[in-house]
Design a binder for this molecule. Sequence first.
Ligand code: ADQ
Length: 456
Amino acid sequence: MAGRIIIASNRVPNPLQGKQEAGGLVVGVREAIGDRECIWFGWSGKQIGTLGTPQLKETRVGNIAYITVDLTVQRYRGFYAGFSNEILWPLCHYRPNLMDYSRSDWHSYLDVNSFFARQLAPLLRPDDTIWVHDYHLIPLGKALRAQNIQCKIGFFLHIPFPPWGIFNNLPNADVLLQTFQAYDLVGMQTMRDTTNFVLACRNCRIPMHAQAFPIGIDCEEFSKQAATGEDSEEFQQLEKSFKGLSLIVGVDRLDYSKGLLERFRGYEAFLRRYPEHRRKVSFLQIAPISRGDVQRYQSLRRSLEEAVGNINGMYAEMDWTPIRYMTRTVARSALPALYRLADVALITPLRDGMNLVAKEFIAAQDSENPGALVLSRLVGAALELKSALLVNPHDPDEIADALNQAVLMSIAERKSRWQALYQNVSSNTAAAWGKRFLEALSKEKTNFYESEENSL
Ligand code: ADQ
């Protein structure tokens, strides 16, 4: 593939932060770009009072030009806080009852996507390849076609795609689905999402194809950071404070899709039903606040604090705290060593497109003494990480039983499960994900319902 790569995502990574700060999307995309010329386009993260003439801000680092544009407060509310996060996010995480729908947010969503397309179109050349990311920008492809852009355009959805019976709760669901037709390739995280998407399109008589491209992590880099991080002061402190205890760890953005309340219920059931583990384990849950200005997230935060308070109130001893819960931001550089120190990772979202934390935990383990992974069956990663202890996150007793099994697991079993998991995480990397998507996009546009391995 010649030509430039154009990445469009709602938020653009800070070009001045190194690899250290990068998440899966950023790593995968950067590796896939390689040395090719690239524009990374999106929202600056800034809200402005009135629009005036939109100002594009460009920062170039190496072969990548990061180009961002501000949004007005009104557009931010309708497009981002409203339609993206209070309608599409709950809907795609199988929670249509949490949608807070308004027609004006829908119009704002379409309007901002057209606005982005108008800003991006003049920067494009005919031989560019455009890769659009995630639910904020579903109609961007169609809006670009309306600007007469004929380049190849691919789309990847990072979050789940629910069954039609759920998706059709969205007013104008068919109109939104039709906008996917502007893309030459649509990628989903798993075959489950791909099937749901294609069947939803069939229900609306929209001929569409899609493929599964499960996202990975930069496994080698993560393993290296975990091993070297053991010398850091943070790690030493942490190790000292958990000395003699089995450490159970959870790391998730504070979001209702991550199943934190249900997880705390599971941990409570574990302490209640297996009292022999009290004083011998400690659970550290890190949950950095996200979307803190949204009311639903504020009330979730209060419920979580109450749940932690109840468990600690009920089970704590003078010299033992059952749960430590942090909403403060933890340096990303501290995570690999924390995962390595942990005996068990407890990752139990109610729904998740993939869940990179599960993969990062596996990458970070010491091969001679790996920890055990307790993972929700309902996340994309569970379809790959089959040697984890898989649980239904809605069942506190199942979580409790899995925690008991994880804490007691022999070294031989931990090693053999981890080897199978590591094999998966190290072969399906972020770089491989990005390359697979762009290679598939560079191939034919036509119907590949039958011919492609991962397509419907
Ligand atoms: P997220 O919902 O954000 O991603 P996840 O896949 O777990 O969920 O990725 C979170 C990332 O943030 C991980 O790389 C993690 O290490 C990092 N992180 C978490 N806590 C942090 C902290 N305190 N400080 C710094 N970094 C932290 C969305 C979808 C997922 C999908 C990804 C990628 O919801 O399902 O796996 O995109 O496609």
